[in-house]
Design a protein around this ligand. Structure first.
Ligand code: NAD
Length: 260
């Protein structure tokens, strides 16, 4: 039980990677707040954790909405006392060539990924500083925090930006025992990826099989997708790490697609 008695908030945890991390944290003894757009979906994920013996609650939160983030984090602190771990994971993808990219879509992407990371960080960091028992903040970056791909300008921009935010949080958080790190996964078969396979096939004029083989997994060492469990393992390790020795870092878990 590496996260016994820890209180964790995972954003975007009703689905995909966030959900896998929430489940892994609960298995390690943490009490987990599942924050997502739909309260019903968040509650359903929390209920499933509870049926396997874990402790969880659902909260409705649009991470790009300051009032909702403040209210959601306050509700978790009220219910459980404080917040020890934040996983800033909520995210979406938007596929478009730059010349066709609407300003509204650019702004929406940056709002969810960067405003969301900032707002949830600020709200949770305040609780961590107040409680004086340290903490961990984990950002869900991507190989696209390190590399670019065509058709993903706002996503690549935002994911690179998370590394900058993480480094500042590592520096400001250190004296409070708060560590910040970024996980950078390769492609994981979640709804976010399933949706973009046909979209990329259409934009690039190739088959869906070619998108998987020759776009998504082309640069991996073995042609394999990264899994939710792979990412959750790293998220547990980063949340449980015991000192400031591991902070301000970005860890790539991508079957060798990107090598540092
Ligand atoms: P997903 O679509 O399965 O889950 C994303 C969740 O985020 C959903 O439950 C959605 O409702 C929620 N969400 C979206 N906008 C939100 C908002 N404004 N406020 C709160 N919640 C919101 O996707 P996923 O693949 O699990 O992605 C999770 C994170 O992992 C994202 O940040 C994504 O960029 C990142 N990531 C995914 C992959 C991949 O291949 N799947 C690779 C690298 C990084």
């Amino acid at each position: 039980m590496r996260l016994q008695d820890k209180i964790a908030i995972v954003t975007g945890a009703a689905s995909g990677i966030g959900r896998g991390i929430a489940e892994a944290y609960a298995r390690e003894g943490a009490t987990v707040a599942i924050a997502d757009l739909s309260l019903d979906a968040a509650n359903a994920a929390a209920a499933e954790i509870a049926t396997s013996g874990g402790k969880a609650m659902g909260i409705a939160m649009d991470v790009a909405n300051e009032a909702q983030v403040e209210a959601g984090v306050a509700a978790v602190a009220k219910a459980y006392g404080s917040v020890d771990v934040l996983v800033s994971n909520a995210g979406i993808q938007h596929i478009a060539p730059l010349v066709d990219l609407a300003f509204a879509d650019w702004r929406k992407m940056l709002a969810i990924h960067l405003d969301g990371a900032f707002l949830t960080t600020r709200a949770c960091l305040r609780r961590m500083v107040e409680a004086g028992r340290g903490g961990a903040i984990v950002y869900m970056g991507s190989v696209h925090s390190k590399e670019a791909s065509p058709l993903k300008a706002p996503y690549v921009t935002a994911k690179h930006g998370l590394i900058g935010l993480c480094k500042v949080v590592a520096k400001e958080g250190a004296k409070h025992g708060v560590r910040a790190n970024v996980i950078c996964p390769g492609f994981v078969r979640t709804p976010l990826v399933e949706k973009q396979i046909p979209e990329q096939a259409k934009e690039l004029g190739i088959t869906e099989q070619d998108v998987i083989k020759n776009v998504m997994l082309k640069e991996t060492v073995d042609g394999e997708f990264t899994t939710i469990a792979d990412v959750a393992d790293i998220a547990v390790m980063l949340a449980a790490f015991r000192s400031n020795a591991l902070t301000g870092q970005s860890i790539v878990v991508s079957h060798g697609w990107f090598m540092q």
